[in-house]
Every structure is written in C-alpha cells, then in structure tokens.
Design a protein around this ligand. Structure first.
Ligand code: SF4
Length: 480
C-alpha cells in the first residue's frame, strides 16, 4: 500500500486525530508561532505588488486553460524533452511510479540516492518502496531531513517540520548524526551547519538524484524546481543520473506562463520577493549536469479529479501553503491530524478526491468555511466551494451505502424543513416568533449554551445566540 493510501486511511479519523492534537499544548504553541509569523510576512510582501489581483487572475486562467487541454500539453512536453535528450515515463499510479524509479536506480547499480524535497514522491511513498528494494533515499532538504531522522511524517507542505522547535531539533541531531559536534547548541546557524556537513558528503558520493517538479514548460521541455536552500540544485546537478517525478497537472504551455507563477509562488509561500534558488534544465547537456535525465509523469487519480467540474480546480494548486498558514483549523490541529501528504485546506479537498471518500470522507468537514484560504490562494482556488461540493458527495455516498439505502435520516428531514422555512418569509417570521417564545428556559446571558435531546450535539462545542426580542424586519416596519 502506498503512503498516500495508508495516510488517507488514517484521514478517515480526522475528528479523533484533531482531538489528540488539540491536547498537545507544545504543538499548538509551535504552530501558532510559525503560522502567525509567515502569515504576517506574506501579507506584507503581497501588499507591495500593485497588480497582485491581476497576477492571481492570470495564474488561475493559465491553469484553467492547461487543464482543458491537458493531454495536448503533456504530449508536447514529452516530445520536447525527448528532443532535448531526456526520457519520459508515464505512471498510472503510485505503485507504477515507484517501480519505474526503482528500476532506473537498479539499472545503474546504485543503493543510495539523494533527494530534493518532493511532495509527489511523498504521495507515492517512494522512500519506503525503494527501501524494500535495498535502496536508501537520503532527504536533503533540512526540514525533510529532520522528519526522516526522527521517523516522523511531514506536517506542512512547505515547512514539513513546522511542529518541531529548535531544542527538539538539536536533541535529534545530537542523537542521529554521528558527526554532530558534542557541544551542539540550538542556534539555527549551528544546526544548519551540522546538517550541511552531513549532506555535503552524500551529495558528492551519490550517483543518482531524485527531485519533484514545480513546473514544466511544454514548448521547450524545460523542467523547474524552486527552493530556498540550494540542496535541490545539488540534487539536480551533481549526480550522473537525475530522475524527476511530476504530477501531470504541473505542465505549463510556455515561458510567459511560467513567469506568472514565478512571481506568485515566492511571495505566497516563503514571503520572499524572489525565490532564492530557481533551477531550470532542458534535457541533458554535454559536460554540464547529469548525463541522463528521466521525467516520470504521474497520474495517481488526477484524471478522475479532472472529470469533476467543480473539484478539478484543486489541480490548479502550486503548493505554496498560504492556505495552511491562514486556516484556523490547521493552526490548531497541525498537519498530522489530516493523515495525508497534503494537509490543511488544500488537503481537505485534494485528498478525498485522490484517495476516495471512503478513505478520507471526514476531511471536507475539517473547515469552518470562513473563506480565508480562498482569499490568499494565489491561483484563486475556491476551496470553500469545493468543500461544500464534497460534503454533498459524502452525504450522497453515505445515503447509498448498503443498509442505509431507502431509509430517511432525521437529519435530512430537519434540513428539508429548514430549507422550506428559510425560503418563505411568512414561515420564517412565524418560526422567529415561536423561537422567541419557546427559548426562554434555555437562554443564559443572551445565548443558548445547551440544547436538549438529539439537538445537544449542536451545542457541544458552540453557543447559539438567542433570538433577539425584535427582528430587523420588525424594527424596519416600526420605522416606516
Ligand atoms: S490551494 Fe492555493 S493557497 Fe493552498 S497551497 Fe494550493 S496554491 Fe497555495
């Protein structure tokens, strides 16, 4: 079973996982501090761009156009890469992707590879699959290395170790890195230096490098990785063989389109004006970089997402993580509660669509629908719209389940009755009057804190404001 499928299996229990996470005060402190810092910095650098909204619209429009003609763009990308001396592989699912990558590494007799941070290979569970074939994949991104050494799972798209603080990382390095200095402190510079010394030896000895792909330009076959540490560039330039794994939605038609995303991504992700390392390569070049380049194009459920006219906008995602940093649910539960490679608001829509509602049906409910994610998304993915759409789907699927089919749930009856009341002014005003009269035994300090019987679930975690003595309509009529 792939990590994505295994993770999605755990995603079915978001409410339980969230409850455990909420009890961890250290985790909440680490997350609150980190998300608030990134959020404030992002808002500052975004405000500097006068045409930010136009850029967002361009980012959305290009993605929409790409998805409409995805097959054509992918075939063009394949032809361009082959012309430039690269090899393209097509993988239907995680298993096929891992097999292709493993076969390439094995054909070179390597038992160690260096890896740049890649969510796509995290999704396929590549490291575990390679380990089963006796191949060790070394993560080289600092946060990803921390996750690997502590045998943990990433909890953020961009900062996988966001849930750990400096002291926890110091203790980990002192324990897990044989060449860590005995007096290692929790100074970030010293910690980074220790990781650098460890990684440098790996970069110089590995014969195969693995990377993800942020964007690939169809008309030239140029592949791009953007990152902040420079480790990605080491992985993509030093080894003799480079294997890049890319979700099929990452293709862009031209360099003009790429330009839009290279402006949107750094400000939305790390709150930088420009990305520190943007590596771009086209096939192979004699005497410069890897001698062999393989691009693996991964579907793994993406074409099914494409078939969903509302849900397909999730494929626009450029993995900036801005939606995670503003989400009140993510900020309190952290990424592990989502049980998926993709946590936060984007994970709440992408995971159920990629893995199926049976495995991750609770994730569309992991949101207050406040809309903060939609406001910051650089490619204007309407996450609340997709969440509501997926909730509909989850309810419809549950109603079709064996043993439930044909039975009328009390919740459905209640919702239908409410819909009738809300759609009719007279009924609505009558309900208001009835509520005003009958609520009095339940009201304390202007709010209903506990509803009786089967309705008590509604107030188990929230209050309901009491129906006011005078409605707005009554007040308005009185003024007339
Ligand atoms: S959904 Fe939007 S905000 Fe969230 S990670 Fe993707 S691109 Fe960024």
């Amino acid at each position: 079973m792939s990590d994505m499928a295994a993770n999605a299996g755990r995603a079915g229990s978001f409410p339980e996982a969230a409850r455990i996470a909420l009890a961890d005060t250290q985790l909440r402190h680490n997350l609150g501090h980190a998300t608030h810092t990134i959020r404030a910095k992002r808002a500052g650098v975004v405000a500097e761009v006068p045409d930010w909204e136009a850029l967002r619209e361009a980012g959305r429009a290009v993605k929409e156009r790409v998805l409409r003609h995805l097959d054509t763009h992918l075939e063009q990308l394949e032809a361009s890469i082959q012309r430039a001396g690269g090899v393209v592989h097509w993988a239907r699912d995680a298993r096929e992707c891992n097999r292709i990558v493993g076969d390439i590494i094995a054909s070179h007799g390597a038992d160690e590879v260096v890896k740049a941070k890649s969510l796509t290979t995290e999704e396929t569970g590549l490291n575990g699959a390679l380990q089963q074939r006796g191949i060790h994949a070394w993560e080289t991104d600092l946060a990803q290395l921390i996750i690997q050494l502590s045998d943990d799972a990433p909890s953020h798209i961009l900062v996988p170790a966001i849930h750990k603080n400096r002291e926890q990382i110091r203790a980990l390095f002192a324990r897990a890195l044989p060449d860590a200095p005995p007096e290692l402190s929790d100074d970030p510079r010293e910690l980074a230096e220790t990781a650098r010394a460890h990684l440098r030896k790996l970069f110089l000895s590995a014969r195969v490098g693995i990377s993800g792909v942020n964007f690939a330009v169809a008309d030239t076959g140029t592949v791009s990785v953007v990152e902040s540490e420079g480790n990605g560039r080491m992985c993509t330039t030093l080894p003799e063989v480079l294997i890049s794994v890319m979700g099929i939605e990452k293709v862009v038609p031209s360099w003009e389109d790429l330009e839009v995303y290279l402006q949107l991504l750094p400000r939305s992700s790390t709150a930088e004006r420009m990305n520190p390392y943007t590596s771009l390569w086209t096939g192979v070049s004699e005497g410069d970089g890897p001698r062999e380049f393989h691009l693996v194009l991964l579907d793994n459920g993406r074409t099914s997402v494409l078939a969903d006219t509302i849900g397909r906008q999730a494929l626009n995602c450029i993995r900036c993580s801005a939606c995670l940093n503003v989400c009140p649910v993510y900020e309190r539960t952290g990424g592990h509660a989502y049980g998926s490679t993709y946590p936060g608001p984007i994970g709440a829509i992408l995971t159920p669509m990629l893995s199926g509602m049976t495995a991750a049906g609770s994730l569309p409910y992991a949101s207050s629908l406040c809309g903060a994610c939609y406001e910051v998304c650089p490619v204007k993915i309407n996450i609340p719209e997709v969440l509501v759409h997926l909730r509909h789907e989850e309810v419809a699927q549950a109603a079709r389940a064996p043993g439930v089919r044909g039975r009328v749930a009390p919740e459905h009856v209640a919702m239908r009755a409410m819909a009738r009341v809300f759609a009719n002014r007279r009924l609505y005003e009558a309900a208001q009057r009835a509520g005003r009269i009958t609520q009095w035994p339940l009201v304390r300090d202007g709010a209903i804190r506990r509803l009786p019987g089967p309705l008590s679930g509604w107030t188990s975690a929230r209050d309901i404001p009491a129906v006011p003595p005078q409605s707005f309509r009554d007040w308005w009529r009185e003024r007339q």
